[in-house]
Design a binder for this molecule. Structure first.
Ligand SMILES: Cc1cc2nc3c(=O)[nH]c(=O)nc-3n(C[C@H](O)[C@H](O)[C@H](O)COP(=O)(O)OP(=O)(O)OC[C@H]3O[C@@H](n4cnc5c(N)ncnc54)[C@H](O)[C@@H]3O)c2cc1C
Ligand code: SF4
Length: 508
């Protein structure tokens, strides 16, 4: 019997991935490949590329040790075809086969590439998620609004996580209200670091030589690169940081990149960890009295709520989602997104740590870099490509609904019922950034005023037709109407002057 090729992609590194379950160890060949079309379609952060290549190489080694025949193409292999379809065809030729099994990729671009191959590639559903495409479609069917909170409650019932019979543990579904504390005086936790082993060092050499022009620092490199390490990182976080995760989930601090966040999204998204084990680890910590309910519920909501919901939206909305631009925003992404060279301290902190760590936490992504881009009217596609490139956890299925939907409102309100915008006050309340910023958060207009303040009103007025009737925004329009006319003019003039400076490429 001729062998079949079992394609495993870089974010499918789970031991029980669907295509592998269908395979026959004595007959089939596992195919894995590092290819330029995947490293280059956006300029990925070098840490992200190194993480994936190292994790792929170790996954391949583990399969070999388990008796599988693995065909692995390294990026610098002179015969490398440069793309996934090219590598499939080359492997088919060499093994004299035309049967290929795959697990559905998490990106329309690759799904289409496999569908368009001259040989049939059988794509099995990726069942590492709690909610299948069909289940999400059923849930969405006939609903006027696809609100995450309702979806999340169904997922709680479905999994039984934090349930007390058919009631939510503690009597409430959502403890978000308790999770908005301003930054603590100091942080007594840090993610677990791993010293690069021989495989990682080899990958670091390759990535260092090929991608040193990409935005982002390759070293120091400390990520986990196999499931065993990722599990140790998870256990360490549950023990040392989960109890305070809820309280400071939205806080931001100068020089503190991780606070009490779990830093597991890249491990989850690549398949080194699964949603169930991470949720159960958190739930056990609550049941053992180690972590409070607001922390554990908040964490589980991110995983079985937001993460699953975002994937559902991506596949429900379809391939045109990435080009939506409901607010007609066309300004180019400012150069400082690629350097951190701005006087706005919140932005320089978020971008600099992104450059160094390929990581920023949710509120930095949403209320600093995302908020600024939305207020300044940046083209959402450029914003999308930036986020896809710079974060170690970024894959289109999860990044695009967060950016195009939640952060930029470019989907016109599929994900959010109102845009996530704020002036400097929110950032001042949730961070210690403003204290050391050149701009004054208290000033509303003028050269020294926090730019977020005037830009916020400018955004609301620019989109008055669309948002003034939104009940969740009406209060802000009433506040604007009550402002005296001179103040309003001054605000809009201030915003205009700032945007002109931005367009001229001057340092802001
Ligand atoms: C503009 C923007 C872009 C984003 N892009 C990505 C992305 O490319 N990839 C990605 O995994 N997450 C993305 N997120 C969601 C979130 O910011 C990250 O999942 C989180 O910061 C990862 O860090 P952590 O592991 O320390 O998470 P924690 O704060 O510890 O949260 C725990 C886990 O919950 C999940 N999670 C939390 N929020 C979300 C969310 N909104 N959507 C999906 N999963 C969530 C993640 O798996 C995360 O690991 C984005 C959010 C915004 C606002
Ligand atoms: S003053 Fe404004 S620009 Fe400066 S850190 Fe605060 S919010 Fe950011």
């Amino acid at each position: 019997m001729k062998p079949r090729l079992i394609l495993i992609l870089g974010d499918q590194l789970s031991p029980d991935i669907a295509a592998l379950r269908e395979a026959d160890k004595s007959r089939d060949i596992v195919l894995m490949a590092e290819v330029a079309s995947e490293t280059d379609y956006v300029p990925h952060h070098p840490k992200k590329i190194a993480f994936l290549f190292a994790a792929m190489r170790k996954y391949a080694e583990a399969l070999r040790a388990d008796g599988w025949q693995v065909r692995y193409t390294k990026l610098d292999d002179p015969d490398n075809a440069g793309s996934i379809p090219g590598e499939i065809l080359r492997a088919c030729d060499d093994a004299s086969t035309d049967e290929v099994l795959a697990t559905e990729p998490g990106e329309f671009r690759l799904i289409a590439a496999l569908e368009e191959m001259p040989i049939p590639v059988h794509q099995f559903p990726d069942d590492r998620f709690l909610c299948s495409h069909a289940d999400f479609e059923d849930w969405a069917e006939g609903r006027k609004e696809l609100r995450m909170e309702w979806f999340y409650r169904e997922m709680r019932r479905k999994t039984g996580l934090l349930m007390d019979g058919d009631k939510p543990e503690g009597g409430k579904w959502n403890y978000d209200h308790d999770n908005r504390k301003p930054p603590p005086g100091s942080v007594d936790a840090a993610p677990m670091h791993f010293t690069p082993d021989e495989t990682v060092e080899e990958v670091l050499d390759l990535v260092g030589s090929r991608f040193d022009n990409n935005f982002g620092d390759l070293k120091p490199f400390w990520f986990a690169t196999d499931t065993g390490q990722a599990r140790r990182a998870l256990t360490h976080w549950v023990k040392t940081a989960l109890p305070r995760f809820g309280d400071f989930q939205d806080a931001m601090m100068k020089g503190e990149r991780f606070l009490y966040h779990s830093i597991i999204s890249m491990y989850l998204n690549a398949g080194l960890l699964g949603w169930r084990e991470v949720c159960e680890a958190a739930e056990n910590a609550y049941r053992d009295g180690h972590a409070p309910l607001n922390a554990v519920e908040g964490f589980i909501r991110q995983i079985i709520g937001w993460r699953e919901y975002m994937r559902g939206i991506y596949f429900l909305e379809g391939p045109d989602y990435m080009s939506r631009n409901a607010l007609d925003h066309t300004r180019d992404l400012p150069g400082f997104y690629w350097s951190g060279n701005t006087d706005m301290l919140c932005l320089s902190e978020a971008i600099t740590q992104t450059k160094e760590e390929a990581y920023a936490h949710h509120i930095q992504r949403l209320m600093v870099t995302g908020n600024f881009a939305l207020l300044a009217g940046i083209d959402p596609h450029q914003v999308h490509e930036w986020y896809l490139a710079v974060y170690a956890d970024a894959y289109e299925w999860v990044e695009a609904p967060n950016v195009i939907g939640m952060s930029q409102f470019a989907d016109g309100g599929v994900v959010g019922s109102k845009p996530y915008v704020s002036g400097g006050n929110y950032i001042n309340k949730m961070s210690d950034y403003c204290k050391s910023c050149r701009y004054s958060v208290k000033e509303k207009t003028g050269e020294g005023a926090c730019p977020f303040n005037a830009l916020y009103w400018n955004f609301l007025i620019r989109h008055e037709d669309r948002f003034s009737n939104n009940p969740r925004m009406a209060q802000m329009y009433r506040t604007w109407a009550r402002m005296d006319e001179g103040k309003r003019d001054e605000t809009l003039t201030s915003a205009k002057a700032f945007l002109e400076k931005l367009d001229q490429g001057a340092k802001v």
